[in-house]
Write a protein that binds this ligand. Structure first.
Ligand SMILES: *Cc1c(COP(=O)(O)O)cnc(C)c1O
Length: 475
């Protein structure tokens, strides 16, 4: 006699037969036979295993339509793109983990065009010869910065690496101890210099570095001077740093190039938009830097890229470095950069159409009005199971820009009632992350806080609140 479990197991049809079920067969045209076969095998294995643990419904009887449904659901789930849109309500406008800058629609359309058509990426249409990929944005960059030439690579880390590797390989570069920074994601100036094959010579102290410290460090082996914009931290109190003008003059006297890593960098004065000033590439060049590097997807508001601008001679050497080939950008990046840089020629369009600037410049009053408008709908979604309050908060630019300048903003705080308030804040946060378009906020003071500075697509945000899963709050 078979025990009931063994009998149930024996009653499960073979994989071959299950694959011929019309409901399973119909999945093949959509997902492909290999995926359907693999999925059916996985689901079948789980059914068999469940029998052993007594977790099967209906006393273990095999149900063909439930099996086909399970296969379809799993295939559908796995066919979803892994990169999904989210609502960035963290209060950090340029959030590296959430993809940094959001780009304007016209840039996305430009990318779409070059993705789906052959393009003159490295083809000179006038001469019918091989062209240079950087040429597509070089003129815009030189116009906007006053540089003589420009190179574009994968990101600013690559730009710093390539500039150092080109101009100082196997030689020395003095750099201030106050500028040996780490940017999130393991970009450390000393590591990049070592990997670029450059011997770093630390000068000065953490809080004070003088021009004479650089001057004293220059030897016959020195290849360049370097200045790093300490974008993600600030030293306050008894501090001193050599000015870029003085450093540039020293470099010129000694016949050395000055490399400036601007980090975020900017192409226009942020103060015109009511924001704190961030050093522009034009200012760094005007102060005498020979080579200036900055990111494409920080304040600039475009695609991930590293922009290198400066005097023609060092820039051309950087372009000819064989590593440029390994660090170059693709046509999609160039199309996005070109489209965004075009906005910079027109300050009024820039303010309206560049999402990064539009979001950073949003006045607190406007954000607060939005919070007041949305709060009742949020409160209704929680059916009185949570407190929903409009609260003042502060946003930051993010990605290492202006770390000590916080922007006044407003948000909505959702918190559970009573003693379990703090414990439930994490669960509320998880429920928002589980929405069709996940909402990413932060847990602060026992509440789930959404800073509304970056809330666009408001209707989509509101429509999905009906899906919020409140099970945990009922407990
Ligand atoms: C952000 C930053 C970098 C790295 O730029 P990515 O574009 O993220 O590679 C390098 N240096 C400074 C000073 C930065 O702020």
């Amino acid at each position: 006699m078979l025990n009931p479990e063994a009998a149930a197991r024996r009653a499960i049809p073979a994989l071959d037969r299950l694959l011929k079920l019309p409901a399973v067969e119909s999945l093949v045209s959509r997902y492909g036979r290999p995926a359907v076969t693999d999925t059916a095998r996985e689901v079948l294995a789980e059914v068999r295993e469940a029998l052993g643990t007594g977790r099967t419904p209906d006393g273990g009887a095999f149900d063909e339509s439930r099996f086909a449904g399970a296969c379809a659901a799993r295939l559908e789930r796995e066919a979803q793109p892994s990169l999904r849109p989210v609502f960035n309500l963290t209060g950090t406008v340029l959030h590296t983990n959430l993809g940094r800058a959001v780009m304007p629609e016209h840039a996305a359309r430009a990318v779409m065009t070059v993705m789906t058509r052959p393009v003159n990426l490295e083809f000179d249409l006038a001469g019918g010869e091989r062209g240079e990929r950087d040429s597509h944005i070089e003129r815009r960059l030189t116009r906007l910065t006053g540089a003589e030439a420009a190179v574009v690579v994968n990101n600013n880390a690559a730009a710093v690496y390539l500039a150092l590797n080109t101009l100082a390989l196997r030689r020395e570069v003095p750099v201030s101890r106050g500028e040996l920074i780490e940017i999130g994601g393991a970009f450390r100036i000393p590591d990049i210099m070592a990997r670029a094959g450059v011997k770093m010579v630390e000068v000065g102290t953490t809080n004070r570095t003088h021009l004479k410290d650089y001057a004293g460090a220059i030897t016959a082996r020195t290849a360049a001077l370097m200045k790093v914009h300490t974008s993600n931290y600030a030293i306050q109190g008894f501090t001193a740093a050599a000015s870029e003008q003085d450093l540039a003059e020293l470099a010129r006297e000694r016949g050395l190039p000055l490399i400036t890593d601007l980090g975020s960098g900017m192409l226009v004065g942020l103060e015109d938009y009511g924001l704190p000033h961030e050093r522009t590439a034009r200012e760094a060049l005007a102060a005498g830097a020979d080579v200036v590097t900055f990111s494409g997807d920080k304040l600039l508001g475009a695609a991930q890229a590293g922009l290198i601008v400066g005097r023609r001679e060092p820039i051309e050497r950087i372009r000819r470095n064989p590593m440029k080939r390994a660090l170059r950008v693709d046509k999609m990046t160039l199309a996005a950069l070109d489209a965004v840089l075009a906005l910079y020629a027109n300050p009024e369009r820039l303010r309206r159409e560049l999402p990064t600037l539009r979001l950073l410049a949003r006045p607190r009053e406007e954000i607060e009005a939005q919070a007041r408008r949305l709060a009742p709908t949020l409160a209704a979604a929680f059916h009185g199971k949570a407190d929903v309050a409009v609260v003042p908060c502060t946003s930051q630019i993010g990605s290492g820009s202006l770390p000590v300048d916080l922007l006044p903003s407003a948000g909505i705080a959702v918190s559970a009632h009573g003693k379990r308030r703090g414990a439930l804040a994490g669960l509320i946060s998880a429920a928002f992350r589980a929405l069709p378009v996940p909402v990413i906020g932060r847990v602060k003071d026992g509440a789930f806080l959404m800073d509304l500075r970056c809330l666009e697509h408001e209707d989509e945000f509101l429509a999905q609140l009906a899906h919020i899963d409140l099970k945990e709050l009922h407990a």
